[in-house]
Write a protein that binds this ligand. Structure first.
Ligand SMILES: NC(=O)c1ccc[n+]([C@@H]2O[C@H](COP(=O)([O-])OP(=O)(O)OC[C@H]3O[C@@H](n4cnc5c(N)ncnc54)[C@H](OP(=O)(O)O)[C@@H]3O)[C@@H](O)[C@H]2O)c1
Length: 375
């Protein structure tokens, strides 16, 4: 089997890479090949980045023990800029599954970032489709459970032909929705099978016993914890913070290793075109905030259900609401919702995210000083 994967240096993509390699190891076949579209960064080549991911303390044991030489026999690394790829090489990709996990996760509501967030998600997807579509067996797009915007009630797996106009809370949600629609429409038009897999907010590992709660990069709710953790550590009196929140509002969080396993168990299935990879129960936002503030030792806060006449009362409120708070606020005031996880749970049982495991995710981040892994 040939699989092309984008985003392998990312939080989710790296875990999808581990799952695919495990699949190849379990079911050996001379045709097994994993093509990774990777870019170099300022200091490190694409090859070095992947080798680090395959041999670090956080690499799953069953992959690590195989050794780099053997693992690299399964892998071909390709520069992300496929525009320079030779026709002869592209022909080698004929019949491959593409799992497109590269994306720019940024919940910013800043106007200056709109174009960048759109392009990094949409243009990237369009250009991959344009260069690769004739060679593919199937296009698998990693979307987001938030691509259809603020929702209330029970949400099913179908985000196409919605009978309402999506209310996107930021450019990221809009760009992901736009990319999903692009893939669905273009693939249908040429008869290319496609699949859209949508994780909710990705949290640390929870399956098995290895490196539980590990996550390579701290995003979304972790960023809020990080803000108050470092604020709490500053010398002087902790200033009071009021969170504007809808008490019913909730955030759906799903462990990264669970998402990767579901992707690996689903991408070949022709009966699934869209699937939300989400928890069966969303986490109540107010409870989550209370747990975070306890763990980061910032007890000086309260909640406000109404945002009428809200004026900053101190410098911390100002810094918070003009940075991370501004971007997270739309999620804090959203209506409550839940997902229909019947199909998902039949693929792989969803791990329960209770107060203890959520607290453990935050404790893990604190223990690691919120340092992202370097690759
Ligand atoms: N993280 C979440 O909570 C979450 C939730 C739902 C859905 N998702 C979706 O899941 C997918 C993976 O996200 P993630 O959490 O793994 O994000 P991540 O850790 O930030 O990784 C992003 C990956 O995409 C690559 N990438 C980004 N922009 C690119 C570009 N213009 N050209 C080439 N490569 C590019 C990055 O490459 P470099 O390392 O070279 O920068 C990296 O490999 C995304 O599509 C995202 O929208 C994420």
């Amino acid at each position: 089997m040939k699989i092309i994967l984008t985003g392998a240096t990312g939080v989710l993509g790296s875990h999808i890479m581990y799952e695919i390699l495990e699949l190849f190891i379990k079911k050996p076949n001379v045709d097994n090949k994993l093509y990774l579209l990777v870019r170099k960064n300022k200091t490190t080549s694409a090859n070095e980045r992947i080798n680090t991911l395959l041999s670090s303390d956080y690499t799953p044991n069953n992959i690590n023990k195989i050794g780099l030489n053997r693992l690299n026999e399964f892998i071909t690394i390709i520069d992300f800029d496929l525009k320079t790829a030779q026709e002869s090489f592209l022909k080698e990709l004929k019949g491959a599954y593409l799992i497109h996990s590269a994306g720019y996760v940024n919940l910013s509501t800043d106007i200056e970032l709109k174009e960048k967030i759109f392009n990094e998600n949409v243009q990237l997807t369009k250009s991959l489709f344009s260069i690769l579509h004739t060679y593919l067996k199937k296009f698998i797009y990693i979307g987001t459970a938030f691509s259809s915007g603020a929702r209330k009630g029970l949400i099913d797996n179908n985000f196409h032909n919605l009978d309402f106009t999506p209310e996107h809370r930021n450019e990221y949600e809009y760009a992901k929705f736009h990319s999903e629609n692009f893939i669905a429409t273009e693939c249908k038009a040429i008869g290319l099978p496609f699949q859209i897999l949508r994780p909710s907010v990705i949290g640390g590992k929870m399956l098995g016993n290895e490196n539980n709660f590990f996550i390579p990069k701290y995003m979304v709710f972790y960023l809020l914890a990080k803000f108050f953790y470092f604020t709490a550590k500053r010398k002087g009196k902790q200033e009071y913070v009021r969170f504007i929140i809808n008490y019913q509002s909730s955030l759906n969080i799903i462990p990264v290793d669970y998402v990767a396993k579901v992707v690996a168990q689903t991408f070949e299935r022709n009966d699934i075109e869209q699937l939300n990879i989400v928890n069966f129960k969303s986490f109540n936002m107010k409870e989550g905030l209370e747990l975070i503030m306890k763990e980061v030792e910032y007890p000086n806060f309260s909640f406000l259900e109404s945002k009428l006449n809200f004026e900053y009362e101190n410098s911390i409120e100002k810094i918070y609401y003009e940075s991370i708070g501004k971007h997270l606020k739309p999620y804090f005031i959203s209506d409550a919702n839940e997902y229909d996880t019947t199909l998902l749970n039949s693929i792989l049982e969803i791990p329960k995210l209770d107060n203890t495991s959520f607290t453990n995710m935050i404790r893990y981040a604190i223990a690691n000083n919120f340092q992202d892994s370097k690759v």
